[in-house]
Design a protein around this ligand. Structure first.
Ligand SMILES: *Cc1c(COP(=O)(O)O)cnc(C)c1O
Ligand SMILES: [Zn+2]
Length: 446
């Protein structure tokens, strides 16, 4: 297979290595998560990040057009012939002073990385471009995922465009309509399990093992390689400089894990001089990361994570029959599979974790809609979290901050319509009822 990359267990007491020709989602030796790792001396990495900018002039080459594969030397785990792209990563990096004002930041300092412009409407497509390339490399024919919605939409879209059969597992009830509609429309088989996302996540792993299906959740180390590209594009948007802070919602913790790895690698390669800080934002109804990190003081500890803290915590959730609840369905997750990699990212980026309420999320979402390009609820947790961190003065008013807006506003129209029509919040903008009469209508226009 390729000599440029291999898979490695993140557990320092195991450290088992495997070539990239195998599809695994956990270390077969110890059960821990796997990383993609690179033999950098065998890869022609550009001397400086700005060299990647030259590919902009070459947009008729689909790999140069892709917002993921434009940076392919930095995720060099497969031959070009396997690489899958459907045009992911044509995103907008928007400086936004009106939203900056809402969070009490100085003009010119806040940027929104709008991932809703991806082919399936969320950042997941960055990861799928990479994971499906790996699936092709290992000659997978069928694939599966568990999903709160966006993973299934993205999997379904990529699967049919590269000829794989896809099965997606969703929990009962709590999936946003836009997302559910996509999976069905893109032709995936949808299995709705009586349970929540965490139940789906457990089932899909067993099903994939039993039937030999290719797993596309963020346990898949190659998916996270694709998600690194979100950070490359933020750096690109800042003319190849790093921001002071990255803010990201925390669900299954794939993004935060991938972003930490990105900055670690770029620093190691001498392509950046300093690593930005990272804030990961939970919803209060699904705030296990906040609880584990801020209250239980769980640390990466060079890979020797205190497993007893995690086990006790999850045992307690089980004993209480706990199921997470938030309107931000994409982050409604109680047992995040990438927890340990996320702890590593917090360590790398001197990260902080916060939880924000659904009210704060919906208000922030309305502001992003009114002054920005809009987003789905989970994405708005970033702005709500930033506002909180400004109040605490953890983030300064003139630091340069990039928030990752993970998904498109049309993903979850119900939350938006309810917020405005039912006047649920400070920024509700409900429709005004008018009689069918020109004079009465004119009186109402302000
Ligand atoms: C999947 C998803 C998240 C959660 O991301 P993780 O990487 O699992 O933490 C957040 N927002 C949106 C819109 C998503 O689709
Ligand atoms: Zn291992």
């Amino acid at each position: 297979m390729t000599e440029t990359a291999y898979q490695k267990c993140i557990n320092p007491d195991c450290g088992a290595q495997f070539d990239c020709g195998q599809a695994m989602f956990k270390c077969p030796a110890c059960g821990e998560l796997l990383d993609a790792q690179y033999n950098w001396d065998k890869i022609e990495v550009p001397d400086k990040l700005s060299d990647f900018g030259k590919r902009w002039g070459n947009r008729d080459n689909p790999l140069d057009f892709s917002g993921v594969w434009r940076f392919r030397e930095l995720l060099n785990f497969c031959d070009d012939k396997y690489k899958v792209t459907i045009g992911e990563g044509q995103t907008i990096f928007q400086q936004n002073d009106a939203v900056a004002k809402y969070v009490d930041m100085k003009p010119g300092r806040l940027y929104l990385q709008y991932e809703g412009l991806n082919p399936s409407g969320s950042f997941k497509d960055n990861g799928m471009a990479a994971a499906f390339s790996h699936a092709k490399m290992v000659a997978a024919r069928s694939c599966a995922c568990a999903s709160t919605g966006n993973t299934s939409a993205s999997v379904a879209l990529y699967a049919h465009s590269c000829g794989l059969k896809a099965t997606v597992f969703i929990g009962s009830g709590r999936i946003a309509f836009g997302k559910l509609s996509q999976g069905m429309d893109y032709g995936a088989q949808t299995i709705q399990i009586q349970g929540d996302f965490d139940d789906c996540m457990r089932q899909v792993q067993d099903v994939c093992t039993k039937l030999g299906l290719y797993l596309l959740n963020s346990l898949n180390p190659f998916r996270l390689e694709g998600q690194k590209a979100i950070m490359y594009r933020i750096i690109e948007g800042l003319r190849w400089e790093v921001p002071d802070w990255i803010i990201v919602p925390g669900g299954n913790l794939g993004n935060s894990s991938a972003f930490g790895k990105t900055f670690y690698e770029l620093k190691q390669l001498g392509l950046i001089k300093r690593i930005p800080r990272m804030a990961i934002v939970n919803a209060t109804g699904a705030d296990m990361l906040t609880d584990l990190v801020n209250n239980k003081k769980l640390l990466w500890n060079n890979g020797r994570v205190n497993q007893a803290i995690i086990d006790d915590y999850y045992a307690d959730l089980t004993a209480r029959n706990f199921s997470p609840h938030t309107c931000a369905s994409a982050i409604e997750i109680a047992r995040p599979v990438n927890l340990k990699k996320c702890l590593r990212a917090i360590d790398i980026c001197n990260g902080v974790v916060r939880a924000v309420t659904d009210v704060e999320i919906c208000d922030a979402k309305a502001i992003i809609g009114k002054y920005g390009l809009g987003c789905e609820p989970a994405s708005a947790a970033t702005i709500a979290g930033l506002r909180r961190l400004r109040t605490e003065d953890v983030i300064g008013a003139d630091e340069r901050v990039a928030c990752v807006l993970t998904g498109h506003p049309l993903k979850d129209p119900n939350v938006t319509v309810n917020y405005h029509k039912e006047k649920q919040g400070e920024f509700s903008n409900p429709p005004v009822e008018a009689p069918n009469d020109i004079d009465e209508i004119i009186k109402l226009i302000n």
